[in-house]
Design a protein around this ligand. Sequence first.
Ligand code: GLN
Length: 447
Amino acid sequence: LTTQALTRIESARELNAVVSVNPNALAQARAVQSRLEAGESLPLAGVPVIVKDNINVTGTETTCGSRILRGYVSPYDATAAARLTRAGAVIVAKANMDEFAMGSSTESSAHGPTLNPWGLDRVPGGSSGGSAVAVAANLVDISLGSDTGGSVRQPAAFTGVYGLKPTYGRVSRSGLVAYASSLDQIGPFARTAEDLALIMNVIAGHDPLDATSLDAPPTFAAGTPDDLRGLRVGVITESLAGNTAGVDSVLSAMLDALRGAGATVSEVSVPELKYAIAAYYLIAMPEASSNLARFDGMVYGQRAAGSDLTEAMTLTREQGFGPEVQRRILIGTYALSSGYYDAYYSKAMKVRRLIADRFTQAFAQFDVLVTPTSPFPAFRRGEKTSDPLAMYAADVDTVAINLAGLPALSVPAGFDTAGGVRLPVGIQFIAPPLQDERLVRIAGGLE
Ligand code: GLN
């Protein structure tokens, strides 16, 4: 299986989904073989997995899609990676991503853009575009990404696979290079609900190395149509405007399928959603500006030559970080500075609370909430690169979920054919905290 995955990775190089191959993959596969022969029972024995390049895996390069980390080799495993390996999986490669997970198209990587197999002129979504394509193009069956504001769900939607953003704290962040710590979650991509269940049962659960980790042992299983009967589904009113006709018709078909399976469907308004993008970026950028302060050439990756320490650090950051990362560090630092803190960061935190409270209210009436994962299918490469605000707007349906810490799953639900190509459309299911399991059961029920 490992050899097969490595061969597929090699033959799909034009997609640029993978940035480096794990030099220890075959040795690890042999170690799994010996463990099996010794009678160990391994839930993911020999299963090849690809992980996003911001997840540390011992002995592999972790670049986060950035020049600044070129040559940095991880001395340890992220908890999620360690758990995969312990379960018998073989991490075969690292996946391409937007630089430091900032983006919605996987175009800002120092390794160049990842292509969408459904249309080679299209983006795969982002920031976990490489992980999504790894599963969509059948390089592997399961992969890991990270989702701070939609980076697992949106690329899953753009490439026609499942993408789960777990409840905040469900999967350890230890060893995930931090972007915005209060929003970041590692999440899986898969082509079946069963595979989602298999990988979540391995990677989720309490970890003493992550202070925000929750003590909620995973009990995932792919569901049956029974899980849809009597399900109270709320469609978020604000997500019904501004979609392409193709997205609208896939959403209608999904709602019909849910009704047909015995669910009740009605609308629910979350008016605060209109502030979600502004609040998200005013929280994510300050956290990023703080988290990325550690990349100054002294400990990790590249170091530029300078006549003194300050110059070396300044040049390292100037040459190492791409334009989007520099933009966010500047805005984030500004929003945290004294005199502006109350006007921006602290205001955004209040909006965050209002959004979370409104979701709590909605869940008094509904078991799950539904929106399109994105208002449109995969856009063309280059279409939004010169307009950061248009790129940020691509997250309109996903960022609020991270602000509220909720679990959400993008389900591949159909196609938008308007552009003359079949482009996948995803529908997002949102559940109350710790009901990640229910989302996977619903996915199984819909299969
Ligand atoms: N596109 C969003 C951003 O750039 C989400 C990124 C993510 O989830 N990592 O912040």
